[in-house]
Design a protein around this ligand. Structure first.
Ligand SMILES: CC(C)(COP(=O)(O)OP(=O)(O)OC[C@H]1O[C@@H](n2cnc3c(N)ncnc32)[C@H](O)[C@@H]1OP(=O)(O)O)[C@@H](O)C(=O)NCCC(=O)NCCS
Length: 189
């Protein structure tokens, strides 16, 4: 029997009719709107943003580049994909953060995979990116936004709560624990 681990997750929701602060990036950073040519860049930033994080354990596809490419391709091809809520943040050297938007069947806006590369955290980029995604939803008439967050992910929970998201449901996600590869196994022996 494979071993499993359970991760507690909150589904959080926010009414978009309330006023929010504008999405403003720190100096030296700028917005890159969605285009299909940027799909691979989103995947690369996604991979870098979630590397070593709890969510890469919860969603193993986030722990490697091919998994992130497959995920980005799936998101961009979903009927509810919302380009206006899908953004990269870059500076003059590199791209540092990503978020994607997906509408559900009822027309609510799901914030997906908000991720900031570790070296660029704590500067307000995550918060600005979330606000930008919410602006994108509102621009196409979405009334309510939602997201899921792992309860252990306190920096993320804090951002969401501060911007008014509230927990509406608790979900337990079952994750199969892969046995560690013994380090004495060599290649080509
Ligand atoms: C969650 C995440 C997106 C936050 O991005 P960020 O750019 O660091 O966030 P910001 O700089 O905008 O911070 C917003 C607030 O969170 C606080 N914060 C940021 N990182 C924090 C940390 N490690 N510990 C405690 N608080 C933190 C900031 O102080 C700020 O609070 P303030 O408004 O009181 O000043 C980022 O940590 C990340 O990419 N994590 C890995 C991927 C992930 O788990 N994404 C969430 C998926 S649901």
């Amino acid at each position: 029997m494979p071993k499993v681990k359970y991760f507690k997750r909150h589904r959080m929701e926010l009414e978009l009719r309330h006023t929010r602060p504008p999405a403003e990036l720190p100096k030296g950073f700028y917005w890159l709107p969605w285009s299909l040519q940027l799909l691979d860049l989103h995947a690369q930033v996604l991979c870098a943003g979630f590397a070593g994080e709890t969510d890469a354990e919860v969603f193993p596809c986030l722990s490697n580049l091919q998994g992130c490419r497959d995920l980005m391709t799936a998101i961009a091809n979903r009927p509810g994909f919302c380009p206006g809520a899908t953004w990269l943040v870059a500076n003059q050297h590199c791209s540092v953060a990503t978020v994607q938007g997906l509408l559900d069947e009822s027309g609510s806006g799901g914030v997906q995979n908000l991720g900031v590369v570790a070296d660029f955290r704590g500067a307000g980029i995550g918060r600005a990116l979330l606000l930008k995604a919410l602006e994108g939803f509102q621009a196409v008439g979405v009334k309510r936004a939602f997201l899921e967050v792992t309860a252990l992910n306190l920096p993320a929970v804090r951002i969401y709560r501060k911007l008014g998201f509230r927990s509406h449901k608790t979900i337990y996600r079952e994750v199969e624990v892969k046995p560690a590869v013994p380090d004495h196994v060599g290649v080509g022996i």
